[in-house]
Write a protein that binds this ligand. Structure first.
Ligand code: GLN
Length: 483
C-alpha cells in the first residue's frame, strides 16, 4: 500500500479498494517502525490524521470525489497548524502551538487531505543539508550516512522512504528542488506569488515560496492544485487563474525549445552528473524537443547576491523572536537587555545566529549601499538574463546540484562550501521564476536531479515536460533499499 502515488491512491479510494482510514493506519505504523532511522518527522499527528481520514471516507460515501480527498500528506514544520507544534526546526519555537492554520494547510485540509505529521527541516529553513535542525539531522534513505538535502530534508526523506506519498515544502534558494534531487523525488517551486505565504514562518520573504514534493510530476500537479491560488491575506499573492494542472499533463513536446545555459557546465560540476544531464537532454530530444545553447552571464554573481539578500531579510524577520513577543524566553532575566540576549542566544542555533549577524551588518548604515543595494542590482541583472533567454526558449534545463548528497557532517565546519552547492537553484528565487527538479539517474548509488525552469506562471509547462519524461524513463520509480 505504501508504494502508491497520490494518483493511485485517488483511484483506489474512488474504486473503494481501501478506505482512507485503512491507508492512514498503514502509513502511521510504517512511520513508527521506520522513521527512527531517518528522523524525518518532528511531530506525528495520529489523532488528527484518523479524524481527517474518517471525515474523508464519509465525504466519499456521500458521493464526493476529488484527487486529494483522503490523501495522506505531511507539512514541513514551518506551516502553521492550529493547536499543533510548529517549530520551524528551532528550539526558539519548540513549545509554539500555532493559533491558526496557514492558508496552504487550510486549503489542503478543505480538499480532504489527511495530515500525518510535521516534517523535520533546517532551523528556520536555513541550510542545504537538514543538519541545522534543533531536532537533529535527517538521514538520506538512499544512504543513511548521507544528508537528504535541505532545508525540506524531512519532507524529502519521508516521501523517498515511502512513509507517505507526498508532502508540502518551501523553497527560498532551492529547498524543494535540492532535496528532491538528493532523494530521487520530483519537487516544484512555483512562481513567487502562486502559493500563499500566509501562515508560513518567514525566512526571506521576497524569496520564500511553498510547493509540493512527491515522487512523480503527476503527483506534484495534484498537490499543487490544492495549494495554489490567490490569497487576500498575503499581499504578494498574485490573482492569476489556477489552471487544471493534471489536465495539462498530456501536451506533446514536439518543437519544445529547451535552452541549456553554457555557464551550467563549468568547473565545479561533477562530470558524472554532467553525463546524466546529457542523457536526459537526449531523452527529451527523442520526444521532439529542440535544444539550443543559451547564456546566463550574470549567474556567477548570484550566490553572493543571494547570501546578502536572504540573511538581510532573515535578520529583519527573525527580530520578532525576542522572548517577549514570540519564542523561547530565558530563565530569570536580570533586565530587558539580558532577556533579549540570552533568549535569542539560547533559542537560535549557530547557523541562524550567523545569518542574523551577516544580515544586520549588510543592512547597517554605511554598508547598505555596498552590500544590500548592490545585491538588489545583481538580482535585477539575473532576472534580465532569464527574460532574455525566455525570448528564445520555452524552458531552461540543467543540473539541480553540482554534486550528489554529501556525507553527514562533511560541510559542517565550512558554511561557505555548503552555500556554493546552491549555485543552480538560487537564481530562480532571485528572479521569482518557477522551477522543478526530477530524477535523472544515480552516481555511486546516490540520486541526481535535472532542473527545469520556465517563465512566470508556467508551472503547467514544467509539470507536462516532467510527466512526458517520466512516461519514458524509470528513474523516478526506483526505491531505496530497506524502504
Ligand atoms: N540553502 C539555501 C539557504 O540556506 C536555501 C534554503 C531554502 O531554500 N530554504 O539559504
Amino acid at each position: 500500500m505504501h508504494q502508491m502515488t497520490l494518483a493511485e491512491i485517488a483511484r483506489g479510494l474512488a474504486d473503494k479498494k481501501f478506505s482512507s482510514e485503512e491507508l492512514t493506519k498503514v502509513l502511521l505504523a510504517r512511520i513508527t517502525q521506520l522513521d527512527p532511522q531517518l528522523n524525518s518527522f518532528i511531530s506525528l499527528t495520529e489523532e488528527l490524521a484518523l479524524e481527517q481520514a474518517k471525515a474523508a471516507d464519509a465525504r466519499r460515501a456521500n458521493g464526493e470525489n476529488g484527487a486529494l480527498l483522503g490523501a495522506p500528506i505531511a507539512h514541513k514544520d514551518l506551516f502553521c497548524t492550529q493547536g499543533i507544534r510548529t517549530s520551524c526546526g528551532s528550539k526558539m519555537l519548540d513549545n509554539f502551538k500555532a493559533p491558526y492554520d496557514a492558508t496552504v494547510v487550510s486549503k489542503l485540509a478543505a480538499a480532504g487531505t489527511v495530515t500525518l505529521g510535521k516534517t523535520n527541516m533546517d532551523e528556520f529553513a536555513m541550510g542545504s543539508a537538514n543538519e541545522s535542525s534543533w531536532y537533529g539531522a535527517v538521514k538520506n534513505p538512499w544512504n543513511l550516512e548521507h544528508v537528504p538535502g535541505g532545508s525540506s530534508g524531512g519532507s524529502a526523506a519521508a516521501v523517498a522512504a515511502r512513509l507517505l506519498p507526498a508532502a508540502t515544502a518551501t523553497d527560498t534558494g532551492g529547498s524543494i528542488r535540492q532535496p528532491a534531487a538528493f532523494t530521487n523525488l520530483t519537487g516544484l517551486k512555483p512562481t513567487y506569488g502562486r502559493v500563499s505565504r500566509w501562515g508560513m514562518i518567514a525566512y526571506a520573504s521576497s524569496l520564500d515560496q511553498g510547493g509540493p514534493l512527491a515522487r512523480t510530476a503527476e503527483d506534484c500537479a495534484i498537490l499543487l492544485q490544492g495549494m495554489a491560488g490567490f490569497d487576500p491575506n498575503d499581499s504578494t499573492s498574485i490573482d492569476e487563474p489556477v489552471p487544471d494542472y493534471a489536465a495539462g499533463l498530456n501536451g506533446s513536446l514536439q518543437g519544445l525549445r529547451i535552452g541549456v545555459p553554457k555557464e551550467y557546465f563549468g568547473a565545479g560540476l561533477d562530470p558524472r552528473i554532467a553525463d546524466l544531464i546529457q542523457n536526459s537532454i537526449k531523452e527529451l530530444q527523442k520526444l521532439g524537443a529542440v535544444i539550443k545553447e543559451i547564456s546566463l552571464p550574470n549567474m556567477q554573481h548570484a550566490i553572493p547576491a543571494y547570501y546578502v539578500i536572504a540573511p538581510a531579510e532573515a535578520s529583519s524577520n527573525l527580530s520578532r523572536f525576542d522572548g517577549v513577543r514570540f519564542g523561547h524566553r530565558c530563565e530569570d532575566p536580570k533586565n530587558l537587555e539580558d532577556l533579549y540576549k540570552r533568549s535569542r542566544g539560547e533559542g537560535f542555533g549557530p547557523e541562524v545566529q550567523r545569518r542574523i549577524m551577516v544580515g544586520a551588518y549588510a543592512l547597517s548604515a554605511g554598508y547598505y549601499d555596498a552590500y544590500y543595494l548592490k545585491a538588489q542590482k545583481i538580482r535585477r541583472l539575473v532576472k534580465n538574463d532569464f527574460m532574455a533567454a525566455f525570448n528564445e526558449v520555452d524552458i531552461i534545463l540543467g543540473p539541480t546540484t553540482p554534486n550528489p548528497a554529501w556525507k553527514l557532517g562533511a560541510k559542517n565546519s565550512d558554511p561557505v562550501a555548503a552555500y556554493l552547492e546552491d549555485v543552480y537553484t538560487i537564481t530562480a528565487n532571485l528572479a521569482g521564476l518557477p522551477g522543478l527538479s526530477m530524477p535523472a539517474g544515480f552516481v555511486d548509488g546516490l540520486p541526481v536531479g535535472v532542473q527545469l525552469l520556465a517563465p512566470y506562471f508556467q508551472e503547467g509547462r514544467l509539470l507536462n515536460v516532467a510527466h512526458q519524461y517520466q512516461l519514458n524513463t524509470d528513474w523516478h520509480t526506483r526505491t531505496p533499499t530497506g524502504f
